[in-house]
Design a protein around this ligand. Sequence first.
Ligand code: AMP
Ligand code: ZN
Length: 461
Amino acid sequence: MLKLHNSLTNKNDEFKEIEKGIVKMYTCGPTVYYYQHIGNMRAYIFMDSLRRVLKYNGYKIKGVMNVTDVGHLTSDEDSGEDKMLLASKRENKRPEEIAKYYADIFFNDLKKLNIDIPENITYATKFIPQMIEFIKGLEKKGYTYKIDDGIYFDVQKFPSYGQLSHKDLEKTGNARIEENVNKHHPFDFALWKFVAPNHIMKWDSPWGEGCPGWHIECSAMGKTLLGDNFDIHTGGIDHKTVHHEDEIAQNDALAGHRVVNYWMHNEFLLVDGGKMSKSLGNIYTLSDLEKKGFSAMDFKYFCLNTHYSKKLNFTFEGLKASSNGYKSLKNLIREHKNGNAKTDSASLQKYEAEFLNAINDDLNIPLAIGVMFTMLKDLDFSKDVYNLALKFDKALGLELDKEEKENKNTIPNEIVELAKLRLNARRNKDYKKSDEIRDEILKRGFIIKDTKDGFEIEKKN
Ligand code: AMP
Ligand code: ZN
């Protein structure tokens, strides 16, 4: 029996699909005005585990993940600046160019992480008419009102508002001070925002030119592709209190019944014990880790060893330990691949059952990896064990059968040391020596580039 933690009931509920054998699932995707960091990647690694475990149990999946390529505001609520526009100004590019650039990098990262990508990837800008229809539907049912800067959802008309995060409409103590004072209730949120005439991203609507509220994107895309009742909705824990409450309000108000059966949330990845932030300079992307010699898979293995619902603290020491663990796992797999022993089926069945119990207990992947490790260590080297480990890998997505590729971004230590010597020489204005070292580095197959803060090294193609 597959059990999943449902944020709606706050329990591990038995999973029962709506349509036999099929799981309809929506994942909140990235906002592509900047790089997605390794914390964001944890959310997609969680989605990957869920998709894989469902498939391991024989389900087919109809998955949707959105890409937010319209601007949304710098806060979850409706205040702040439009992030896409900020990026557009910062990089002097059109919003479409910004979105394409960061979306390409994002999908490349998912590929490196061997993430099982949802069947439907939906770009918000392609669903504006559906969003407008959705808002019109809510308007017709009396859930909306208009004020100076947009069309708003009236949460007081939806008394069960707050069911995910147990927010009480009477207790608005946490509501932010800079709220729009014209709103009827602090929790009311924008469905459609009017924008200034010189705004670049805007669309026509029955209410005037503007752009959609952020939450309506997910509701409209979910409804269009998955219908008025679907199985699972996932996202990071930060989305639980506002974005997902607002999605539920919109969905259920329009449909007149509960739309999503299971809401699932991954906990945060912390860095050095805290939030990643620009001011601390600790926002890492996958490519930052690669530059330090780690592979995307090292990071995935690092994440998979902590349950998705627990906070995970990222440190480079922790990542190093995971990288070593991942290497020993692959070494053991290789030994079994080349092994000649025969394994009795009772032993295999025992491990198979333990593995299934672990993954079906709300995706206890850390335990499942432990079961696999024990199996690999305790049984004599045999192809039967190898084959079972590969079956397990369908649920883990760790590319256990792939020979370790040389990470093209890994720069050997001796090259880094040479580069440091060269930097010193340059700083001492000993250009003859610095050129000699550069040539030596080139001879060994690497190119060194000077940067503002030091140097960058690349492998010669
Ligand atoms: P965003 O592009 O900000 O909407 O984030 C994309 C996804 O990453 C969402 O599901 C977020 O909840 C999730 N997320 C953001 N930061 C973190 C973090 N530090 N750890 C885990 N998940 C995160
Ligand atoms: Zn969403």
